[in-house]
Write a protein that binds this ligand. Structure first.
Ligand code: PA5
Length: 447
């Protein structure tokens, strides 16, 4: 496999026979997933997506990306949850750390900025300020087409496009990614003639990064999305064997369930690269929405190292012992830097002369793994060779297939998210949306 999963530090927590004991359960989970006999089987189209996608639409995405690049300095991507995190994490992961901070003349492709993932007026104000009078386009993404946060942001940025370019050109700068048939955004896109892309019925929000949801913003930022799909396709073919000694994605799913049943109920996804922070945010949604239901599930959290070693590190080392850790470690970073030679040794770093920052980062990772293991926190790691689109595609698929198996191992439907609706409904009612009057009255009495 292109990436490798390392469970060698789990000896202390998992007995020799335990992985093998999971094999029968994993076989059953695999059958539920592959044969569609498990809960939520209508939402499994992400499984074959790296091969089975709409090639014409893919070409349209690439053409739209080119058009955005030639007409805009900024692409405002409007969406929330699964309609946002995949693109955000991929753009961060695949570009220079400060890609979005570079002046326009030092960036070959548009700045990718996000809106509609909060209701903060200050954020929108500041984003408008940041765009200034530069040319921009908007990619509005919502599967339901009715989510309040992105809908409000879209109104605001649509208005700004109209003010800046007039109605006709504004329409040509709006790209809508939504359901094939349903929802307010679909109706609006049809009525106004926006270029539209489809979120396939059988792909839930958090599994949608390899559809137009993620692909258009990622391609607009100049990334080779063919490579992304190729990586995912290779992972798709690599993770089909149910044998736990061979399938590392299934192995990861099995180990985290073994640990969960021993009381390690929170998993921290960790990195040693600041531009992987949003990878963890994407992962948290994937894991949390898939597994947190029926009053159970591993709670997904994250930490960014070394930063959080100096904040959360104390808790991880010595706090409540319900934590497990999974590190995604990059074996060959995009860049490495020598630790400089200096006359004298006032800072005490002479012993590191001739070494590189990556060497130090690797030793930090190894030292932390052993320290946390000694502190009774089970540690797993996923090694990735680099930060290329191919590797990211591979990694995305690794976690997607792992959480599907993991969810079935824990006896839940890994593809629905009924809990997300509760707040949405309350918000509609409190905002006075037609059709929600009765609930609105009840809720207002409780406030
Ligand atoms: O995974 C999910 O389904 C959710 O997180 C959605 O992506 C999120 O609620 C946004 O919904 P929508 O795309 O319908 O606006």
């Amino acid at each position: 496999a292109h990436i490798s999963f390392d469970a060698s530090k789990l000896d202390k927590f998992v007995h020799d026979n335990e992985l093998g004991e999971m094999q029968a359960l994993v076989n059953a989970a695999d059958a539920e997933l592959r044969n569609g006999t498990g809960a939520g089987s209508d939402f499994r189209d992400w499984l074959n997506l790296p091969e089975d996608y709409d090639k014409d639409e893919f070409a349209r995405i690439q053409a739209a990306a080119k058009k955005i690049q030639s007409t805009s300095k900024v692409l405002v991507v409007i969406g929330i949850g699964g309609s946002y995190l995949g693109a955000k994490m991929a753009v961060d992961f695949l570009h220079d750390t400060f890609y979005n901070y570079l002046p326009d003349d030092q960036r070959d492709f548009p700045q990718i900025l996000f809106a509609g993932n909060s209701l903060s007026p200050s954020y929108v104000h500041d984003l408008i300020h940041l765009i200034g009078d530069r040319d921009f386009s908007v990619n509005v993404i919502s599967k339901s087409g009715t989510t309040t946060e992105p809908s409000i942001a879209f109104r605001i940025f649509k208005q700004r496009l109209i003010d800046k370019y007039g109605e006709a050109e504004a329409k040509s700068r709006i790209y809508a990614t939504t359901d094939q048939k349903r929802g307010a955004l679909k109706s609006e896109a049809d009525a106004e003639g926006y270029e539209s892309f489809v979120i396939p019925d059988g792909v839930g929000g958090r599994y949608s990064v390899l559809t137009a949801v993620g692909l258009l913003p990622i391609a607009a930022s100049g990334i080779d999305i063919d490579q992304l799909m190729t990586g995912a396709r290779d992972a798709m073919n690599a993770y089909t064997d149910t044998d736990l000694t061979k399938n590392e994605a299934y192995q990861y799913a099995a180990y985290r369930n073994i640990l969960y049943r021993k009381g390690f109920t929170t998993e921290l996804l960790e990195n040693y690269e600041p531009n992987m922070q949003y990878f963890a945010e994407w992962w948290k949604q994937l894991m949390g929405e898939s597994e947190g239901k029926n009053e159970k599930g591993i709670y997904p959290s994250s930490a960014n190292f070394s930063t959080d070693l100096h904040s959360l590190g104390q808790y991880i080392q010595e706090g409540l012992r319900n934590l497990m850790e999974t590190v995604v470690f990059i074996d060959k970073p995009n860049h490495d830097i020598d630790i400089p030679k200096e006359d004298g040794n006032l800072d005490g770093l002479q012993y590191l002369e001739g070494r590189t920052m990556h060497f130090a980062n690797t030793k930090a990772f190894q030292g932390v793994t052993l320290a946390h293991t000694d502190g009774n926190v089970p540690n797993m790691s996923v090694h990735i060779p680099d930060q290329t689109p191919y590797t990211l595609g591979y990694l995305i698929y690794f976690f997607e297939v792992a959480v599907a198996i993991s969810g079935y191992l824990n006896g839940i439907n890994p593809f629905n998210q009924p809990g997300v609706e509760a707040y949405k409904t309350n918000m509609f009612a409190l905002l006075g949306k037609p059709g929600f009057e009765e609930l609105g009255e009840k809720l207002n009495k409780r406030l």
